[in-house]
Design a protein around this ligand. Structure first.
Ligand code: UN1
Length: 501
């Protein structure tokens, strides 16, 4: 029997106060492992609520931008400490609303902790440049300035980590924030906002507006009061975000889909590669933009790999992520499960060989959740739709290859470019691969997932639009360069003219 929790009614966070959506409507947040469990009711915000949040962020910006960065950072440091104290509770909340297994939910909170501490450190390190002027008695430097009001739209698959990737660097750089989290996982963002509020973040510096994309996300993009937008989600929605940001010239960061690959060379440690493929393909139920949804295997070891991989996939225990025995949770919602089921049909109709899985799980303990078997297609052609399109579910397509060159062609023959991995003991193959793989992230002897917060995260081609988040790259996005010249010569000095002999 699933535990029935009393529904809790949550509010938006605007100008330092928890307020209802003006329209008074709410959206249910349900547990995808037990759809009879209501996690909470969250505001169904509309353009009016978003406008309130933007107005509050605009006002707060005028003070926040003047708070010294090391002082802003101290608030982040306290928030990180609060997250550490509440890690277990927040992880459990996350599993209940998102479905990922508790161990992974702890990892998600940990990623937020890591990012918050990292950016707290950056408060004392917002270095600029000092350069010699070409003219005498003149000083030249470039400093970082905040951009203004930052609008953020975040996904449900990393409900605390991804908001933290955006919020923390934005805040330490002196921006104020309007954040619209995914309607499937609002509680984790609520928890993050609570931690920041308790850490002493001034009113209006962070505003959270709950609701769905069209009603509560789109108004952020159109508003001239928003200076910058960061979006993580599908490539299709990303294209709309990009278009919506263009007329007002908003700085726009897009982190979108992936069709990531693990390449297994004939000299690889097969056991390690199998473990990596299982974790990369089925971790988070395949619902990571970094998920290894393709595994290309050298023909010399293909049979051996497939046998071991399928055996492992079959053994995975699917269920409620709060049960410590569970290894894979449900899909996030019915629509996502249907997408997975649809891709199983597509794979079959394309002639890929379904080696294990392929069915929804809907009896016994699975009866009230969006569960699906771990699914492996083998003997896939790289041009098949299951090898080209992002599925965001527990389906892995295994593709045979003959040579390193062919593996590179398969890897790069997709529209996305987020993460790729190669298993090999040959240093030459490893280095050639990291050079030739058309992705923002490359792993050697590790799966495609598991990026760390202090290095740039993001991709190329249809995955991204040229920006990166996390690491120092985040500071580039959340600040503007301001170049300052101080002429102390007491005379007119003309650059490019008076310095020429
Ligand atoms: C995502 O899949 O949207 O590298 C983010 C990883 C995680 C983040 C994934 N640290 O898999």
């Amino acid at each position: 029997m699933a535990t029935v929790f009393a529904p809790t009614v949550f509010k938006n966070y605007i100008d330092g106060a928890w307020v209802e959506a003006r329209g008074g409507k709410a959206i249910e947040n349900r547990n995808p492992a037990h759809t009879d469990e209501l996690v909470g009711m969250f505001p169904a915000s509309t353009a009016e609520d978003v406008r309130d949040a933007i107005g509050s962020a605009q006002t707060a910006f005028q003070k926040w931008r003047l708070v010294p960065a090391p002082k802003r950072a101290e608030i982040l440091f306290r928030a990180a400490q609060i997250l550490v104290e509440r890690k277990e509770d927040y992880a459990r909340d996350m599993t209940r609303e998102m479905g990922k297994i508790l161990e992974e939910a702890r990892g998600d909170v940990q990623e937020a902790i890591d990012m918050t501490y990292l950016m707290a450190g950056e408060g004392r390190r917002q270095f600029g440049h000092v350069a010699p002027s070409e003219l005498p008695n003149k000083f030249a430097m470039a400093v970082r300035a905040p951009v203004g009001v930052a609008g953020m739209i975040t996904p449900w698959n990393f409900p605390m980590a991804i908001p933290s990737w955006k919020v923390m660097p934005a805040l330490v750089c002196g921006n104020t924030v309007v954040l619209k989290p995914a309607e499937d996982t609002p509680l984790s963002t609520y928890n993050l906002a609570q931690a920041l509020e308790e850490a002493g973040l001034p009113p209006g510096v962070l505003n959270v507006v709950f609701g769905d994309g069209p009603q509560a996300g789109a108004p952020i993009l159109d508003d001239p009061g928003v200076n910058l937008v960061s979006f993580t989600g599908s490539t299709e929605v990303g294209r709309m975000v990009s278009r919506a940001c263009a007329p007002t010239f908003k700085k726009c960061h897009l982190e979108m889909g992936g069709k990531n690959i693990i390449i297994v060379m004939d000299d690889a440690n097969l056991e390690l590669a199998v473990d990596g493929a299982v974790w990369g393909g089925f971790g988070t139920t395949g619902q990571r933009c970094t998920a290894a949804s393709r595994v290309a295997v050298h023909k010399k070891v293909y049979h051996d790999f497939v046998e071991r991989f399928v055996e492992q996939a079959k053994k995975l225990k699917v269920g409620d992520g709060l049960d410590p025995a569970t290894q894979m949770g449900p899909s996030i919602n019915e629509q996502q499960l249907k997408t997975v089921m649809n891709y199983v049909e597509i794979g079959k109709s394309e002639g890929a060989k379904l080696e294990t899985g392929g069915h929804r799980l809907e009896t016994g303990s699975h009866a009230r959740g969006w569960f699906h078997e771990p699914t492996v297609f083998i003997d896939c052609d790289p041009k098949m739709r299951i090898c080209q399109e992002e599925i965001f579910g527990p389906i892995v397509a295994v593709i045979p290859f003959d040579s390193f060159q062919e593996a590179m062609e398969i890897a790069n023959g997709v529209r996305y470019g987020l993460s790729a991995s190669i298993y090999t003991h040959d240093v030459n193959s490893a280095f050639r691969a990291q050079r030739d793989l058309e992705t923002g992230i490359v792993y050697v002897n590790a799966p495609t997932i598991g990026a760390e917060t202090h290095l740039p995260f993001g991709g190329i081609k249809d995955t991204g639009n040229g920006h990166r988040e996390a690491g120092l790259a985040a500071l580039e996005f959340y600040s503007e360069w301001k170049t300052i010249y101080v002429d102390y010569s007491d005379r007119l000095q003309r650059a490019q003219i008076d310095n020429v002999e």
